[in-house]
Design a protein around this ligand. Structure first.
Ligand code: TRP
Length: 329
């Protein structure tokens, strides 16, 4: 069976763009492939400094992943820092990738530029080596990613090929795949930019834990377009098209079909808000239940961890043996 790996950083609340663009596909995919999903807290450390925050975010994200429907009996959900092999293989990856290759990563260039006067850790620079370890440890055949992560999967392939060439066949060469029906959700206030969490302005971002009243308010204030025609046309009508895309993804119809049902922006906004509230209601309920029972939540996490650990340990020792470190016995 195809092994699929995708990971998410515990850096704050999950929003509708994460859910409709990626996470919902994880749930759909769990019965079609052997899926591994990591909560990559070591990656979050590249940009998080507050004591305790990563752990709290990790627990909440785990609850959210189960709340949206990942089934712990089928999907392997694990916490990256709980599997020491990630850090161990990461060093080997660092020694298999060049300074020049890491310097060309656009995500590093963007993130380090954005941090301006803030601390830019070496971890932010070597981040792709850790990501390569994540992917290669699980012999992943496929890594579903958005455009922003393709370069990281490419560099993982380059690293794997180089390692196999130097030390002999060890790693499966993964390939980046585009999630089959991921919706492109844009910011409600700025519909030409992808929805993403922001520290200062959340008016255009719907979080999965937003109350119905907040969701309604955010949709009511959503930016539309200057004329008054309801049509799906991303270029000409980004605001309205975004609402249609969200409504369509929430009700599992096409945006074009959704467009045909409305003649007024206000009605489209109300319908979009209602659809999102209805979609999120059961998720919020399960999330609340899970977080109330930390023991059960930890049990589910341990279940995934132990499956992940077995695979990771085997791959790491394969790599160590290929390199030919002195054995311990
Ligand atoms: N870099 C990814 C992101 O920011 C997160 C990530 C870490 C990842 N390791 C991974 C994604 C392995 C896919 C596979 O979204």
């Amino acid at each position: 069976m195809t092994r699929v790996l995708s990971c998410i950083q515990p850096t704050g609340e999950v929003h509708l763009g994460n859910y409709l663009g990626a996470l919902r596909n994880w749930v759909d995919g769990q019965d079609k492939a052997d899926v591994f999903h990591g909560i990559v807290d070591l990656h979050a450390l590249t940009v998080t400094e507050e004591p305790g925050l990563i752990g709290a975010n990790t627990l909440q994200l785990a609850a959210m992943l189960f709340a949206i429907g990942l089934n712990p009996d089928v999907a392997t959900v694990f916490v990256q820092s709980h599997i020491a092999e990630h850090s161990q293989l990461s060093w080997i990856m660092e020694c298999t990738v060049s300074f020049g290759e890491l310097s060309r990563m656009t995500q590093f260039k963007d993130k380090s530029a954005k941090r301006e006067a803030e601390f830019v850790s070496a971890g932010l620079f070597t981040y792709p080596a850790l990501q390569a370890a994540d992917i290669l440890l699980y012999d992943a055949d496929e890594v579903p990613v958005g455009d922003d992560q393709r370069q990281h999967v490419e560099i993982t392939r380059d690293i794997a090929i180089r390692f196999n060439h130097r030390f002999g066949e060890t790693f499966v060469i993964p390939k980046a795949v585009t999630p089959s029906n991921g919706a492109r959700v844009m910011d409600l206030q700025n519909p030409t930019a992808k929805m993403s969490k922001s520290e200062d302005d959340d008016a255009g971002v719907i979080y999965l834990l937003d109350s119905p009243a907040t969701i309604e308010k955010k949709f009511k204030r959503a930016v539309t377009d200057s004329d008054s025609e309801v049509a799906y046309d991303r270029q000409r009508k980004p605001g309205v098209s975004n609402l249609l895309e969200i409504l369509a993804a929430s009700t599992l119809i096409s945006p074009q079909l959704a467009a045909a049902k409305f003649s007024r922006y206000d009605d489209l906004k109300t319908a979009s808000a209602d659809a999102v509230v209805a979609m999120l209601e059961p998720i919020q309920r399960r999330y609340g239940e899970l977080l109330k029972d930390k023991g059960e939540l930890m049990r589910l996490i341990h279940k995934g961890n132990s499956r992940a650990q077995v695979v990771a340990a085997k791959t790491l020792s394969r790599a160590q043996n290929a390199i030919g470190f002195l054995g311990k016995d």
